[in-house]
Design a protein around this ligand. Structure first.
Ligand code: PLP
Length: 493
């Protein structure tokens, strides 16, 4: 034990790992203690109580004199772990917020300690090779029939969608067009709209949906309104954030092709189905897209960040090329140093690919696919339990990948807005009590009316049917208790 490891010790070199080993033990102890003290998926008491508990042990973010590494790690890691929303808890199911695999988190520690930066070969010699081979493998999984597929590592779906729109805009400009029109479903992720805004493109035109999926007939009508002189990028979604709905890709591919439009698929959530024997076929048509967004920090169990943008043809990435003397001078490149700068819109960039590479090697394609299957099966089980529950009602659309929408029957018995308020209140009550983290989503009901639903996004492959039954009991009991529309603070667990 190196009790006197100085706070300014370095993580790298020959000595670094030993220093880090001791700090890592402190960190892991604090994380375990914090999780134990929390005793549930979320800290109790709501935002004010959480803030008070953090500031009680950490009153000053910039002290004049330091407390030393061990004290600082214990205090802050302990406070953040105690106050964490823990996706490894089976009752933490609100978002596409996955429980990271321990093997991936361990690999990420090496990424932090070795600190390769992916903007030039002389900062990341071996990590460059790892990135080249992982991106090639993932590109091949998305585009099994393409001659020269490629992929970039991104910070997530938002950046992947931004780069996809940027590349489409540049292709349109190269073809002499003044701009690019993005057409997406009403179900598209907000990052598509934000990307158009960031890039100075006209606001995306949205196409109507049926059952949460883009309607091919509505897309046909929209595209018929554009002449060939206006380049159009259709953005479809494979796994919507709210419902896990997969747009009808084969039909959309046909419609887009008939009108000479390009297609990008935002498969941030659903793309990981490609790993599954049982479910990959749900993405048929995906490889007709010019580009595909994939997120491994959702249904891929990676610590944030782990995004990918795959492209059918490596040539489309050439527009990102950029030379700057200090990173990739022409004579360096000619002398054989790999040029990495054009592999991102960022400059300094973490080797997020390392944890992905380790995960793929440790589990293999089938091992990852089995984790996907377990989450999909868990969602089917959950939906069945909801359906059989006398006090809960399943959304008529059923399961979307691993997402289930449902409502307390008590909410259905109230008029429109009051019913929605009841749903929102049940969610907030569970958050305040720290007992369950459920999401919320607006979606059409059988009668065509928009209603608010509770959302469970099941990304934890270890969750058991008994965990799910306990979660439903919590929801049903909370809905049965008298409710307020205030953010109520629970005092019992
Ligand atoms: C999560 C998500 C995004 C955004 O991805 P980030 O990784 O959060 O940037 C984009 N599209 C869809 C469909 C998503 O679910």
């Amino acid at each position: 034990m190196r009790r006197h490891t100085p706070a300014a010790a370095l993580a790298g070199g020959v000595e670094g790992p030993d220093q880090l080993r001791y700090f890592t033990e402190v960190v892991l102890d604090a994380a375990a203690d914090g999780a134990c003290e929390r005793g549930g998926p979320l800290p109790q008491g709501g935002p004010e109580a959480v803030a008070a508990r953090v500031r009680e042990v950490w009153p000053n973010a910039l002290p004049e004199h330091g407390t030393g590494a061990v004290e600082a790690l214990r205090t802050l890691v302990g406070a953040v772990a105690r106050g964490a929303a823990d996706p490894a808890d089976p009752h933490c199911v609100a978002h596409l917020h996955c429980p990271p695999l321990a093997v991936a988190a361990a690999a990420d520690l090496a990424a932090a300690a070795l600190n390769p930066s992916m903007d030039s070969w002389d900062q990341a010699p071996a990590a460059t090779v790892v990135e080249q081979d992982v991106t090639a493998a993932l590109a091949g999984l998305v585009y099994p029939r393409a001659a020269r597929p490629d992929a970039l590592v991104t910070s997530g779906g938002t950046e992947s969608n931004l780069v996809a729109l940027l590349l489409a805009r540049e292709r349109a400009r190269a073809a002499g067009a003044a701009s690019l029109q993005v057409v997406c479903g009403a179900n598209a992720h907000h990052s598509v709209h934000r990307a158009a805004w960031t890039l100075g493109l006209p606001a995306p035109v949205t196409v109507g949906c049926a059952g949460g999926r883009m309607d091919p007939a509505a897309l046909e009508r929209t595209l018929a309104g554009y002449g060939r002189a206006t380049p159009v990028l259709v953005v479809a979604t494979a796994g919507t954030t709210d419902q896990g709905a997969i747009d009808p890709l084969p039909e959309l591919v046909d419609v887009a092709a008939r009108h000479g439009a390009e297609l990008h698929v935002d498969a941030a959530y659903g793309g990981m189905l490609l790993f599954s024997e049982a479910h990959a076929r749900r993405l048929s048509g995906l490889d007709a897209a010019v580009s595909v967004t994939l997120d491994l920090h959702k249904l891929g169990w990676q610590p944030v960040a782990a995004g990918v943008l795959a492209v059918a043809d490596a040539d489309v990435l050439e527009r990102l090329a950029l030379t700057t003397d200090y990173l990739n001078a022409d004579d360096d490149t000619e002398a054989g140093l790999p040029d990495l700068l054009g592999r991102s819109i960022r400059t300094t960039r973490r080797p997020d690919v390392l944890k992905i590479a380790v995960t793929l090697r440790a589990l293999g394609r089938t091992g990852v696919g089995e984790l996907v299957d377990r989450c999909v099966d868990g969602a089917e089980e959950f939906a069945q339990q909801v359906d059989q529950h006398p006090r809960l009602r399943l959304h008529p659309g059923g399961v979307g990948i691993s997402t289930v929408l449902f409502r307390p029957v008590a909410a259905d018995e109230l008029a429109g807005r009051e019913g929605d308020a009841c749903v929102a209140d049940v969610r907030r009550k569970l958050l305040a009590d720290g007992r369950a983290v459920l999401g919320r989503a607006r979606a059409q009901d059988e009668d065509g009316d928009d209603r608010l639903w509770l959302k469970a996004t099941l990304l934890n492959p270890q969750t058991t049917p008994a965990d799910l039954a306990a979660l439903l009991k919590l929801v049903a009991d909370t809905a049965a208790a008298p409710h307020t529309t205030q953010y109520s603070v629970g005092d019992d667990r």
